[in-house]
Design a protein around this ligand. Structure first.
Ligand SMILES: [Zn+2]
Length: 394
């Protein structure tokens, strides 16, 4: 998987066209081969192999949008439990929007949400009691928190959002920027159902093409670093646009330096695939027996599949979502890893709990103190397994 494929493997399939600009020229920058759908958790007893689908990231040769080449999976992810980190980000972002004056008493607010939860509408209504949540028609604040990436037709989804903006309205876009993914080597951000991987450079260009300019930019620690970019029509918020401009130019310069818009730089993600799967394989092989996993999230699917993990490596994966009980991690039909509820942590008393969703670390340590009280340790799986030292006093 780490070997460079021949040059012609870098061409997207013949019927591909860019989800934003409809160009037909692009380059495959990350190829995870054939993968199970990350959103289809089979039942434990299912003996048929999971269907496999090509999973590749293409960089558009014209507009520079990094995107999922194709998604034949079409499945719906069983709804997971909303991570606390996502809820906290929503509260922090809303506080920033309120402080910036983008939402006030009387504002009409609408939201394009993410299937993973993290709605901002609750925090908005709590912070500004007199707002009106509108289902259609124009809005003074259009929120999109990690929603746009889940839209297969990026252009149409963008136009819908911009079309809802009142003349001096603000569009608040929350994204997990490609610069964070590239910096952290989190190649398993690539998955079916996630159609676009936005760099700030591409987002700003998309905005400009619709007559919008940046009027604010905030950073959050979620997923290793997310950003909220606020946009308004050119000329409608001149003071904020002038203030934001300097910060945005600095970010765009960082994008140029990191090469986030260049195929050869993005291909570095391929190197991380080999590094993280080799490290996970080596760590699992060095354990005296199977470990317990935590977090049956879609991001874990490709990692476990690429490292060839079976139930002889990871006995069970614990997950708080009732929708995933009785199911198993997608992957090999022999040695399926069942998903169980958190109550199993008491019965199993694991020495090592492999945490497959790094963002949950604080939350799970607080929710399941018994793991460390029994002498067990949390082990963050990515980018390479890392044993978390016990809290003082435990
Ligand atoms: Zn394009």
């Amino acid at each position: 998987m780490t070997d460079s494929p021949p040059a012609d493997d870098r061409s997207p399939r013949a019927t591909w066209s860019c989800r934003w600009c409809a160009a037909r020229s692009g380059e495959v920058v990350l190829d995870l081969g054939r993968q199970p759908a990350a959103d289809r958790f089979p039942s434990v007893g299912e003996t048929e192999p999971d269907p496999l689908h090509e999973l590749r990231m293409v960089l558009c040769g014209r507009c520079g949008l990094a995107q999922l080449e194709d998604d034949p999976t079409g499945a719906e992810e069983p709804r997971g439990v909303e991570p606390v980190a996502l809820v906290e980000q929503a509260q922090d972002a809303v506080a920033d929007l309120v402080a910036a004056g983008w939402v006030a008493a009387g504002s009409r607010v609408t939201e394009y949400g993410s299937p993973h939860g993290g709605s901002w509408l609750g925090p908005v209504a709590a912070a500004v009691p007199a707002v009106t949540i509108v289902g259609d028609g124009v809005a003074d604040l259009v929120i999109d928190s990690l929603g746009l990436m889940h839209e297969p037709d990026v252009r149409a989804a963008w136009d819908r959002r911009v079309g809802r903006l009142a003349p001096d309205g603000v569009l608040a876009l929350h994204v997990h920027p490609l610069s964070t993914i590239l910096r952290d080597g989190t190649w398993n951000a690539l998955r079916h159902g996630h159609y676009a991987y936005f760099s700030l450079t591409v987002l700003v260009a998309m905005a400009r093409s619709s007559g919008l300019v940046p009027v604010g930019l905030w950073d959050y620690p979620l997923y290793g670093g997310t950003q909220v970019l606020t946009l308004a029509r050119h000329g409608s918020r001149p003071a904020a646009a002038a203030t934001a401009a300097e910060r945005v130019v600095a970010e765009l310069t960082l994008d140029v330096r990191s090469g986030v818009c260049r195929a050869e730089a993005l291909r570095d993600l391929d190197r991380h695939v080999g590094a993280s799967t080799t490290a996970l394989r080596a760590w699992l092989d060095a354990q005296p027996g199977p470990v317990v996993g935590y977090g049956a999230a879609s991001r874990a699917v490709a990692l476990l599949a690429a490292a060839g993990v079976t139930s002889s490596d990871v006995e069970v994966v614990v997950d708080a979502s009732p929708a995933k009980r009785g199911r198993a991690m997608p992957g090999r039909a022999d040695g399926r890893v069942p998903i169980v509820g958190p109550e199993e942590l008491d019965r199993l008393r694991p020495d090592r709990v492999l945490l497959l969703v790094p963002d949950l670390l604080d939350e799970v340590r607080q929710a399941y103190p018994q793991v460390e009280q029994h002498g067990g340790r949390w082990v963050v799986a990515e980018p390479e397994p890392r044993v978390v030292p016990p809290l003082t006093g435990s």
